[in-house]
Design a protein around this ligand. Structure first.
Ligand code: ATP
Ligand code: MG
Length: 201
C-alpha cells in the first residue's frame, strides 16, 4: 500500500473529540499536522459519552457524528470513524487506539490533541500503553501552555498550528445567545445546528 512518506507504511492521524460542534480550530489543527507529519489520512473520532464531560449535557452522538461528517466531507484526506460511538459508554483514548490499531495493523498512528488535553495526558489510564500504540502530537491552543513537562521522551511532538481562539463551548454559548457562528464552524454545520435547533436549551 502507498504511503505519503514513501516507506510503505500508512500514516494515520487520529483526532478524537466531542465535536459538540466541530469547528475550524479542529480542522486547521488536523490539516496542519497532516502536512507537517506527511500523514496519508486523518480520522476524526467523535466520542461516545465523554467521561470528562458526563456531568454536563452532551449533544446526542448522532448529531455530533453528522456534523463531523459534514465538516470533513470535502477533504479527501479526512474521514470519520464511529468506533467510539458504536462501542457505547464513556470513551477512553486507550480503547480508541486499540480498536484503530486492530483495524490498521500495519499503520503508524498519530494521535492529535490540543495543548489543554495534552496537559492531562498522564492522568489518562494506561499512559504507557498509549505511547506504545501511537505517537502523540500536541498542538498549540490559545490560552493553554504547550508544555511537555513530565511527558515521556520521544513519545510526544509539540507543534505550533495557526492559532484559532475557537472552542465548542464558545460556539454553543453564541448559538444560545443568538450570536452568529458563521466562519467559526463550516457553513454546513451552521445550517445543521439551525435545522436541528441545537444549543438552544
Ligand atoms: P469544548 O469547549 O466543549 O471542550 P473543544 O473546542 O475543546 O470543545 P473538543 O471536542 O473538546 O473541542 O476538542 C477535541 C480536540 O481538539 C482536543 O484535543 C482539543 O484540545 C483540540 N482543539 C479544540 N479546539 C482547538 C483549537 N482552537 N486549536 C487547537 N486544538 C483545538
Ligand atoms: Mg475541549
Amino acid at each position: 500500500m502507498h504511503s505519503a512518506d514513501g516507506t510503505g507504511k500508512r500514516r494515520i492521524g487520529v483526532m478524537g473529540g466531542t465535536f459538540d460542534p466541530i469547528h475550524h480550530g479542529h480542522l486547521v489543527a488536523a490539516s496542519e499536522v497532516a502536512a507537517l507529519f506527511h500523514l496519508d489520512e486523518v480520522v476524526f473520532v467523535p466520542t461516545g459519552e465523554p467521561w470528562q464531560k458526563s456531568h454536563k449535557l452532551v449533544t446526542p452522538a448522532e448529531d455530533r457524528y453528522l456534523m463531523t461528517v459534514i465538516a470533513t466531507a470535502s477533504n479527501p484526506q479526512f474521514s470519520v470513524s464511529r468506533i467510539d460511538i458504536d462501542r457505547g459508554g464513556p470513551t477512553y483514548t486507550i480503547d480508541t487506539l486499540r480498536d484503530l490499531r486492530a483495524l490498521n495493523a500495519d499503520a503508524d498512528l498519530f494521535f492529535i490533541t490540543g495543548a489543554d488535553a495534552l496537559s492531562q495526558i498522564l492522568t489518562w489510564r494506561d499512559a504507557e500503553e498509549l505511547f506504545a500504540l501511537a505517537h502523540f502530537i500536541g498542538v498549540t491552543r490559545p490560552g493553554h501552555d504547550l508544555s511537555s513537562d513530565g511527558l515521556p521522551e520521544g513519545g510526544v511532538s509539540l507543534v505550533e498550528v495557526p492559532a484559532l481562539a475557537i472552542s465548542s463551548t464558545d460556539c454553543r454559548a453564541r448559538v444560545r445567545g443568538g450570536d452568529p457562528v458563521w466562519y467559526l464552524v463550516p457553513d454546513g454545520v451552521v445550517r445543521y445546528i439551525d435545522k436541528r435547533e441545537l444549543y438552544r436549551d
